[in-house]
Design a protein around this ligand. Structure first.
Ligand code: ADP
Ligand code: ZN
Length: 519
């Protein structure tokens, strides 16, 4: 049998050898055992069910939420000589009838179907007549409300195992932490399934975080250094994608924006231009990328902080799928955290769900603020232990040093105290650095004893240290009062000299080693 599967890999997919785990996964499915497969995006999950589908008698039903991709996947299979079809709302009812007929008479090896289609009308009843030999559940984290992309219609899949106890299930996902993983097994009623976890490490991806100031300027010089190389910039909002794309186009780059508000034909046009390298830069919301198979994306920039590590990992994973070195940059400032927190607080989620979202956001914050190897943090999120520092992240290249920053903290805090806790970042820095601008003079702040006491640090250093002070709870911020800074009990202890503070030394970009200095 092992020859069969290798033959199939060569004959239908044109590859000479299996990637780690693929072979064992296929064996497990061929032995009629349920399994759960965790592999990063681009890891090669599809062949894990496509090869068993080819080798087995009967029909493999592939459940996927991504209607837009079904056609491509089916066409790719047909192109390789595999009888496959899909069933979704984009087909006319005559076409749907024809596919159902093909399934019934055994003409098909694989049938792709969205869960809402599977459970509408009497399709589910027809399954019994179709000689189903395998269920493949793609994006299976959608069944769990612990995951980051819960889809209620996936819940109906709970019935699959009950109705078809003898048909093996292979559940696949690129994104599942330990809790989600366990929940997938439970929800699918396959608690005894064999779990395969491929390494999520993508050593070719360089990881870095940059201070979130003058982002556009930093991006432009970044793209200039990545001459002609394709990349994706992820933004939080649709509007953001449009502004960033416009400014890049003004600067002479081939950039386009992409978000779910665009008409379908416009979206597929942009995608295609990107695939053909007619566009160098896509500025997109998270709507972009699900299933985009472009192997030579050389960089991914996050203009804003993603809401959780799973999404972040999936998005940076779109770079370097060909295995060549690729860069990922996350812009980060304390405002990003606040924006995200607001979004959660103002959403109509349940209190329990909000708590979960805050916890997930917090893990993302830990990544952004890390002063240990960032890859360790990323992989530990997926419960993968790492033996040593990666050497391919900004922290590894520029190890952080901590120093006693009590005096810095006292200066900032007394600036806040003397202005009645009414000022935000920009004004605080102006006061500390003694800038006599109109705003400062208007309030008479130039007469404060703290005016100019922080002249020894540059504006960007102050911004970095103030962010760190916020992040470490040394002071608070009132986002409902113009983001003004507030003192808290810790602040007061520090002001009184009863407590010390350590901060991580700021390294100007120009002094950072390799990679970053290219920016
Ligand atoms: P995933 O679904 O895990 O994101 P895919 O199944 O789309 O990933 O596979 C990603 C890419 O890797 C595809 O281009 C696929 O053809 C390729 N691939 C899969 N298995 C192998 C293999 N054994 N050898 C070489 N390439 C492979
Ligand atoms: Zn590292």
């Amino acid at each position: 049998m092992s020859d069969n599967k290798l033959d199939a890999l060569k004959r239908y997919f044109g590859y000479d050898s299996f990637r780690p785990q693929q072979s064992q996964i296929i064996d497990t499915v061929m032995e009629n055992r349920d399994c759960l497969v965790l592999m990063p995006t681009g890891g090669g999950k599809s062949v894990c069910f496509q090869i068993p589908a080819i080798l087995r008698q009967g029909l493999t039903v592939v459940i996927s939420p991504l209607i837009a991709l079904m056609k491509d996947q089916v066409e790719a299979l047909r192109g390789n000589g595999v009888n496959a079809a899909f069933l979704n709302s984009t087909l006319s009812s005559a076409e749907q009838d024809q596919v159902m007929w093909q399934a019934k008479v055994g003409e098909l090896k694989l049938l792709y179907i969205a869960p809402e289609r599977l459970f509408s009308g009497n399709t589910f009843e027809f399954l019994r007549e179709w000689n189903v030999c395998l269920f493949a559940i793609d994006e299976s984290h959608c069944i769990s409300s612990w995951g980051h992309d819960f889809r209620p219609e996936y819940r109906q899949l709970t019935n699959l195992k009950l109705r078809f106890p003898d048909v093996p299930i292979i559940a696949l996902t690129a994104t599942a932490d330990r809790v989600t993983r366990r929940d997938i097994l439970k929800q699918l009623n396959i608690e005894h399934a064999e779990t395969f976890i491929a390494s999520f490490d993508r050593p070719n991806l360089n990881l870095s975080v940059l201070p979130g100031r003058k982002r556009l300027q930093q991006i432009q010089s970044f793209i200039n250094k990545h001459d002609g190389q394709a990349g994706i910039i992820y933004c939080l909002s649709r509007k953001g994608t449009e502004t960033v794309a416009a400014s890049l186009r003004n600067a002479g780059f081939k950039a386009e924006f992409y978000h779910a508000g665009l008409a379908a034909d416009k979206r597929s046009k942009v995608q295609e231009q990107f695939l053909r390298d007619d566009i160098q830069v896509i500025v997109a919301t998270i709507a972009f990328g699900m299933g985009i198979d472009k192997s030579n994306v050389r960089w991914v920039i996050h203009y804003n902080l993603p809401s959780n590590v799973e999404s972040f990992y999936q998005e940076i994973g779109r770079a370097g799928r060909d295995g060549s070195p690729s860069d990922t940059v996350l812009f980060y400032s304390y405002m990003d955290i606040i924006t995200r927190q607001d979004m959660i607080n103002n959403s109509d989620q349940s209190a329990e769900q909000k708590e979960l979202l805050h916890a997930k956001l917090n893990r993302m914050k830990q990544y952004a603020e890390a002063d240990i190897c960032r890859r360790r943090i990323l992989l530990s999120y997926f419960n993968e232990a790492v033996e040593k520092d990666c050497g391919n992240c900004d922290v590894c290249r520029n190890p952080r040093t901590r120093f006693d920053a009590t005096i810095i903290a006292q200066k900032a805090l007394s600036g806040i105290a003397r202005t009645d806790q009414k000022i935000a970042m920009g004004m605080l820095i102006d006061i500390l650095r003694g800038s006599r601008n109109r705003n400062v003079l208007q309030h008479g702040y130039e007469r404060l004893p703290t005016f100019g006491v922080g002249i020894e640090l540059r504006g960007e250093e102050w911004a970095e240290y103030i962010s760190q002070l916020l992040n470490s709870g040394v002071m608070d911020i009132a986002y409902d009062e113009g983001h003004s800074f507030k003192l808290n009990p810790v602040s007061r202890q520090i002001l009184k000299g009863e407590r010390k503070v350590e901060l991580v030394k700021f390294i100007p970009i120009s002094e950072r080693k390799a990679k970053e200095e290219e920016l």
